[in-house]
Design a protein around this ligand. Structure first.
Ligand code: ADP
Ligand code: MG
Length: 726
């Protein structure tokens, strides 16, 4: 019966690494080979079109349609030289993945044949009939049109034979139906608000960019083994499976020797990522067996998000070519670490200053404290919303487990930065009028900071790490635009408030320096509850966080309510990122997606329990009963009862487990049916959380117990020890 399992395991463990040939050149030579970057724009575009396009990219100038044809012609020429036959508008719908609909370049030529054509019109805008994408009710049928429009700030790239054009996706009535449109608005908002604040310190600042460096964690599982696990295949995680005797206790996998098959995969992935202009830099083993991490060098936020989306697709593709499945799910295996996507976020000016980097002068440090404090204020005020931005049916399994941030947002600053804020908070006298001249840009109590980057706290969801904040709660599978939309919007709103507060004091006659100090002092006091330097995994922290008034909700569908609180809606509208209507529609999608994911898991769990587990358990039980029966015949009832006691105990245990499983799968199905009848997406999602998912752990527990009892030779599903050690 389990011959298939043994065959698959044997096959998996005898696979050799796929050999990967490096292109004949060094990476700096083939970097961005498949990207229509500036250097290619310069080569393929007429001078005027090139200059205009650069102005669009660098300064956010509106794209003049009159140059679109020239740009399209240049792109088309470059693409043709690279064997490209198709193009697609590439966008990021609310499914969380990416979407593409390929069109070939051919058009009728009026002479009975075809010719290749690619006009400015189709480069700039398209109307894909993408009516099946989730939209939360925004596109009811009479206005069902959705448009994709080119985002010129993210370069066009080639994958296989297709020219991919990054686009936003919006409805006929202008609402965004994707992640990119609100992200671009959030980035514009934070740019504007931060420039206004930067001007207190440096009048030359014209632009502030948000930067994002992503650390992507993932698992690799042998493809054949994965295919033998319907739960992994259909839900991305194992819904059952007893822990392996050895997993990550010894910490021997972390930063350890990378298995050869995996190195080959990584190398292949790196070459292809670099050709797409994705600057992959770091690769290593993560904590759990079978778990790895990669990180590109940080980039402008919009580009970094696009690159991460491209990279996730590329990982799946390259993994398949190496006989692997890549698991991006946040918690594919019970009992070992899950995966996150650490988002290293910072702000930087066009004059070359990283705003979260402390400087050498007191002036620099005041700027530094200003941006840090405003960020903390934003995170404090919108901590529930930030949590909602990273929450999903899949990430819910990871948060709160003892290896990932808890389901409470707090910020770790480290001793040095903490004491710096304390000093600013308590420096009322030292900085007031009499010493004003002297301390204007010379705050003796703020030392030159050599921020100690070893001062790390892995349990914090939002930690300061030297010149940036690291948002660690983001899920490995997520489009991290959701987190970046909220973070950048909230910081933009907060910086606007800061400027208003400071300007009001200046109007009253305070110097800019004193006004800034006074406002900061108030903020530092106000946002103190968000600062937490201790162990975020501890039970005490949960109690403490509740006392501080931080959002401690753990139910995913209820956490989504944060998007619709009046303070969230006011914030998004104030910075022009999303309207109430868009927010409401998006939440419908979030609840619906949540429900569907749980529905699929419940079905798979039920099917596997009834079709795989119970039959195998019963068959083994039958064998045991056979043995006892034969003992009876050969030895007589009395001896058999004594000598067969173990078997009899197992027979009873198996029945207890199978009875529990059958009964609870039945109940789970009933709960699902009841939940399915609920009309409101929110209530339905809550019902799935409270009344359906609540069966999963119990059913799993009894299945995992059976795995330990049933004869190994009969067990059909590959076990953890086989899945996890490549
Ligand atoms: P770790 O956090 O494990 O020490 P790294 O130092 O390699 O990891 O950094 C992780 C990510 O942070 C990388 O993508 C890196 O480019 C990025 N990063 C470094 N500095 C910044 C910054 N100022 N802003 C945004 N991302 C940054
Ligand atoms: Mg890091």
């Amino acid at each position: 019966m389990s011959e298939l399992r043994f065959r698959v395991v044997e096959k998996a463990f005898s696979k050799k690494p796929v050999s990967v040939d490096y292109p004949g050149e060094r990476p700096d030579k083939f970097f961005a080979k498949n990207v229509f970057d500036r250097e290619k724009m310069f080569r393929y575009l007429p001078k005027e079109a090139y200059n205009e396009l650069i102005n669009v990219i660098d300064n956010g100038a509106p794209l003049d349609r009159s140059i679109a044809d020239a740009v399209a012609a240049g792109m088309k020429q470059w693409a043709s030289e690279n064997g490209v036959t198709h193009y697609t508008h590439w966008f990021q719908p609310l499914t969380g993945g990416t979407a593409e609909k390929h069109e070939s370049f051919i058009e009728y030529n009026q002479k009975g044949g075809v010719m290749e054509e690619f006009s400015g019109k189709v480069l700039v805008q398209q109307e894909p009939d993408a009516s099946s994408f989730p939209n939360g009710g925004i596109r009811n049928t009479f206005e069902a049109r959705g448009y994709t429009a080119w985002d010129a700030s993210s370069p066009v790239f080639i994958i296989d034979d297709t020219l991919c054009i990054p686009t936003i996706f919006i409805s006929y009535t202008g609402e965004s139906l994707d992640y990119k449109a609100p992200l671009l608005r959030a980035l514009r908002a934070v740019d504007k608000a931060a420039v206004d604040v930067c001007r207190y310190f440096n009048a030359d600042v014209r632009k502030v960019s948000a930067y994002l460096g992503i650390e992507q964690e993932y698992f690799l599982v042998d493809e054949d083994l994965c295919v033998a696990r319907p739960d992994l295949l259909l839900t991305g995680r194992t819904l059952m499976g007893h822990e392996s005797a050895k997993n990550q206790q010894l910490d021997d996998h972390y930063f350890g020797y990378i298995p050869q098959r995996v190195v080959a995969f990584m190398k292949d992935l790196e070459i292809r990522a670099i050709e797409l202009g994705i600057p992959l830099k770091t690769r290593h083993n993560e904590v759990a067996p079978g778990q790895f991490e990669l990180a590109p060098i940080y980039e402008e936020c919009n580009l970094a998000v696009d690159h991460n989306m491209i990279l996730m697709s590329l990982m799946r593709k390259v993994a398949a070519e190496h006989g692997f499945r890549v698991l991006l799910h946040e918690k594919p295996f019970k009992g070992i670490n899950g995966s996150g996507k650490h988002c290293n976020w910072s702000l930087g000016t066009d004059t070359g200053t990283l705003l979260f980097a402390p400087g050498k002068t007191a002036d620099d440090n005041l700027r530094f404290v200003t941006f840090v404090t405003n960020t903390l204020m934003a995170v404090y005020k919108h901590n529930g919303l930030l949590k909602a931005s990273i929450m999903s049916a899949t990430n819910a399994h990871r948060l709160g487990a003892n290896e990932a941030p808890p389901a409470i947002i707090s910020s770790f600053l480290g001793t040095q930065l903490s004491s710096m804020l304390d000093e600013v908070e308590n420096s009322a006298e030292g900085i007031s009028s009499t010493n004003k001249k002297k301390v204007r840009f010379d705050l003796p109590q703020i030392p030159e900071i050599l921020v100690d980057t070893t001062d790390r706290n892995r349990t914090s969801p939002f930690a300061f790490t030297g010149n940036r904040f690291e948002f660690r709660a983001v899920g490995s599978e997520a489009n991290c635009a959701t987190a970046m939309i909220v973070l950048n919007s909230a910081v933009a709103e907060q910086l606007k408030r800061f400027k208003a507060d400071v300007d009001a004091l200046i109007k009253e006659g305070k110097t800019p320096h004193d006004a800034i100090m006074q406002v900061l002092r108030g903020y530092i006091k106000e946002c103190k509850p968000i600062r937490f330097e201790g162990n975020g995994y501890s039970e005490e922290w949960k109690a403490e966080a509740a006392r501080r008034g931080l959002d401690c909700e753990t139910s995913c569908p209820v956490i989504f309510d944060n998007y619709l609180s009046e303070s969230s809606i006011a914030m998004f509208e104030a910075v022009g990122v999303m309207t109430r209507k868009e927010l409401e529609a998006r939440n419908e999608v979030k609840w619906e997606t949540y429900t569907k994911k749980l529905q699929i898991e419940a079905r798979v769990l039920g099917d596997l329990a009834i079709n795989h587990i119970i039959p195998v358990a019963k068959e083994y039980q039958d064998k045991l009963m056979d043995t006892v029966f034969k003992m009876n015949t050969v030895l007589g009832k009395c001896d058999a009862a004594k000598l067969g006691a173990d078997n009899i105990r197992l027979i009873k245990e198996i029945s207890e487990h199978t009875d529990y499983i059958t009964e609870n799968v039945e109940k789970m199905i009933e709960a699902r049916k009841a939940a399915n009848r609920i009309v409101s997406e929110r209530e339905k999602a809550i019902a799935y959380h409270d009344t359906v998912e609540s069966y999963f752990a119990g059913i799993r527990y009894h299945i995992d117990k059976l795995e330990l009892i049933v004869d190994n030779r009969m067990w059909t599903l590959p076990k953890y020890r086989e899945l996890l050690f490549i």
